[in-house]
Design a protein around this ligand. Structure first.
Ligand code: AMP
Length: 171
């Protein structure tokens, strides 16, 4: 087993002064680390009997579709405005740095669908909280939210307390 923490690179002052950016590129570059991360998250998703994995643009796409494949789920993308053909539902929320809007295709999530949300990093939890709201507005159930890594000092886990939450590495 690889200690996945050793596969995360900290980049100071990116993309803004004062932000300690967690870069999972070393994990993605290492075939064994990549496989271990996908397998662990996919096993967790499978246990929650998810129908769909929803990945957040853009870094949630990297492992999101791989997790869906490994867990035997479909994949849905939450995208920046204007990228998906209509009809979409959208949510705007604030980030650790700046604000963002994400959209999901309105017909992607059927009533009663069991959805596991994936993103690379849990910071304040605003992204996943907003996406989870969209899933619920469309009649889906959020059966879990999972991340490669979690910045616990930003309190995202408290903000997402109503959801079953899993991350591979905690800072
Ligand atoms: P949040 O909505 O605050 O949980 O922010 C999560 C989103 O912002 C994720 O998509 C992350 O990719 C990105 N993010 C926020 N802070 C960081 C950080 N310090 N390092 C890497 N990614 C981050």
């Amino acid at each position: 087993m690889i200690d996945l923490r050793t596969k995360v690179r900290e980049v100071p002052d990116f993309p803004e002064p004062g932000i300690g950016f967690k870069d999972i590129s070393p994990l993605l570059l290492d075939p064994e680390a990549l496989q271990q991360a996908v397998d662990e998250l996919a096993a967790w998703v499978r246990e929650r009997r998810a129908d769909l994995v929803l990945g957040a643009e853009a870094r949630g796409f990297w492992l999101g579709a791989a997790i869906a494949y490994a867990a035997g789920c479909g994949f849905v993308a939450a995208r920046r405005p204007g990228k998906l053909p209509p009809e979409t539902v959208s949510a705007t929320y604030s980030l650790e740095y700046g604000e963002n809007t994400l959209e999901v295709a309105a017909d992607a999530i059927g009533r009663g669908a069991r959805v596991a949300i994936h993103d690379d990093v849990l910071a304040t939890g605003g992204t996943v909280e907003a996406i989870a709201g969209l899933v619920e507005d469309l009649g889906g159930t959020v059966v879990g939210v999972n991340f490669v890594l979690e910045l616990s000092f930003l309190g995202g886990r408290d903000r997402l307390a109503r959801y079953d939450l899993h991350s591979l590495v905690t800072y």
